[in-house]
Design a protein. Structure first.
Length: 119
């Protein structure tokens, strides 16, 4: 495994934790969304390129307040899949527009399963 890729997930998790806003009693609960971003060549972006994308995203998130949070992202060959918590799909679209990011498909997560679901 390339050691440069070990630091990227750690940086993304740190950034998500830094910008996570706890919900208050009066705030509506945030829904989880998966955003599919078409970005040809995403898998070939350098760590510096990915860092710049993360910084841009964090700046936009900071200006939007607690109604949207970045959880993590997965970089593949020609796409980036992002997991967000938000109060609406519209908040995700506003983040994408303000950051200049594609948001080709936004899907609200209805249920999460994992290997323990089988037990």
């Amino acid at each position: 495994m390339n050691p440069r890729w070990i630091t990227l997930p750690g940086c993304l998790l740190f950034a998500a934790a830094a910008f996570a806003q706890p919900t208050t009693k009066d705030a509506a609960p945030l829904e989880k969304y998966v955003i599919e971003r078409d970005l040809p060549g995403a898998g070939k972006l350098s760590p510096a390129d990915l860092q710049a994308i993360a910084r841009k995203s964090n700046g936009v998130l900071a200006s939007m307040g607690p109604n949207i949070q970045w959880v993590e992202s997965y970089v593949t060959g020609d796409k980036i899949y992002c997991v967000y918590r938000a109060d609406s799909e519209e908040a995700i679209r506003k983040h994408a527009a303000a950051g200049g990011f594609p948001a080709n498909r936004i899907s609200r997560v209805t249920t999460v399963i994992d290997p323990t679901t089988a037990h």
